[in-house]
Design a binder for this molecule. Structure first.
Ligand code: 13P
Ligand code: SF4
Length: 375
């Protein structure tokens, strides 16, 4: 099978360029999306992966946005397909010696930070994220230094170094609960990197927040005007939106949630049709779990469309069966995190995991936050 993989040019807004006097705030990067294998090749690759997982004492940890093959194979072989929070928890708690993370780089790094003794492999180590790219640690540290009185809360979609500079880590499934608890303890927040998620949390909690100016190239593209038109076309449909989307899109939602929150809403809501504003990799799980319901992609096209991603993350798309089989075979593409940095980055991750675990067992959120200013 050919391994020549075309490189795709990707544009993203760079938050620092827009702050400085630079004329253009658009940066270029790239993604390398593997070609789709044929049916026959897929069957062969899946068999090879099943065998290698056993031989290598390895388990698959996949995100909802990766190719359906990598989601189904993960579940079929005793791994997990999930959101970034549950991926982190599963990888930490699973006894396998090797974790194969299909997703983007920060997910592999989080797995390594939580399990430094395990081998963490990824199909492609260059699978990044526009939020991570748009939040370099030096500039982020300088931003933190300007606000020493604020508790630093960062999104999981960041480098290990940015996590190490933070007090709390959150994912979109627990961000509102954690910030609300910090606010109730009188803490003011410095938030990074996603400006849309940050302003959503601010609206939901009323917390005093300063925001970094990053965005996700996938969710930033959803268009409110065109979504309103689609709603008129499907008047019975309920609208499910990921909070990395712009505020005018969030305002049209019947439910706002993380990837797992969207799945839960689709399952629980008494409707037959849904318009979904998140990466279209989610459609696989939504349709498999709700075969009697119809899921329609929210629009990214329209007058102001740039279609940088067309609702599918170019870096999530870098994960494929061939890459997975190759890394299991060779042990290549191992994720490394400097051990000292990892120890520091683990502090905010552990806080998030302890907070969310305790919340599930009925503890009040406020009791899970230390009684001090910036922690
Ligand atoms: P979740 O934390 O909801 O899995 O989302 C991660 C992500 O990258 C969304 O774009
Ligand atoms: Fe990052 Fe957006 Fe891709 Fe998620 S979908 S990994 S936030 S670029």
């Amino acid at each position: 099978m050919s391994t020549v993989i075309p490189i795709r040019d990707v544009e993203y807004q760079h938050p620092l360029a827009s702050i400085s006097a630079s004329a253009c705030d658009t940066r270029h990067t790239w993604a390398r999306v593997p070609p789709e294998p044929s049916q026959a090749e897929r069957a062969v690759l899946k068999d090879r992966i099943r065998r290698l997982l056993k031989e290598r004492n390895a388990v698959m940890v996949s995100h909802y946005y990766v190719h359906p093959d990598l989601q189904d194979l993960a579940e079929e072989t005793g791994g997990i397909v999930s959101d970034s929070l549950e991926m982190a928890r599963f990888g930490r708690d699973h006894p396998a010696r090797t974790l194969v993370v299909s997703g983007v780089r920060f997910m592999g790094e989080t797995a390594k930070i939580l399990s430094p003794e395990k081998r963490v492999l990824m199909p492609d180590l260059d699978a990044t994220c526009s939020l991570d790219l748009g939040c370099p640690v030096d500039e982020f540290s300088a931003f933190c230094d300007q606000h020493p009185d604020r508790t630093v809360v960062v999104y999981a979609n960041t480098s290990a170094a940015v996590k190490a500079r933070s007090d709390w880590l959150v994912t979109s499934s627990c961000a509102v609960d954690i910030v609300r608890a910090l606010k109730e303890k009188g803490q003011k927040i410095l938030w990074a990197p996603d400006k849309h998620l940050g302003s959503y949390i601010q609206r939901e909690t009323g917390a005093d927040m300063v925001l970094w100016n990053g965005s996700c190239i996938v969710h930033d593209e959803f268009k409110a005007f065109e979504l309103e038109a689609l709603k008129k076309q499907y008047p019975q449909a309920r609208v499910l939106v990921h909070p990395e989307s712009p505020a005018d899109v969030v305002a049209l939602a019947d439910a706002v949630g993380s990837t797992s929150g969207i799945l839960k809403a689709a399952h629980e809501m008494n409707a037959k049709e849904f318009i979904v504003a998140t990466d279209n990799g989610m459609m696989h799980k939504l349709r498999t779990l709700n075969p009697d319901k119809v899921f329609i992609e929210a629009p990214t096209a329209g007058n102001s469309a740039t279609c940088k991603s067309c609702a599918h993350c170019p870096w999530m798309a870098m994960n494929g069966l061939l890459g997975l089989a190759q890394v299991l075979d060779s042990g290549a593409n191992e994720v490394h995190v400097d051990p000292a940095l990892g120890l520091r980055a683990r502090v905010p991750i552990d806080r998030m995991l302890a907070f969310t675990a305790a919340l599930k067992t009925g503890h009040s959120a406020g009791s899970l936050v230390p009684d001090i200013g910036a922690v």
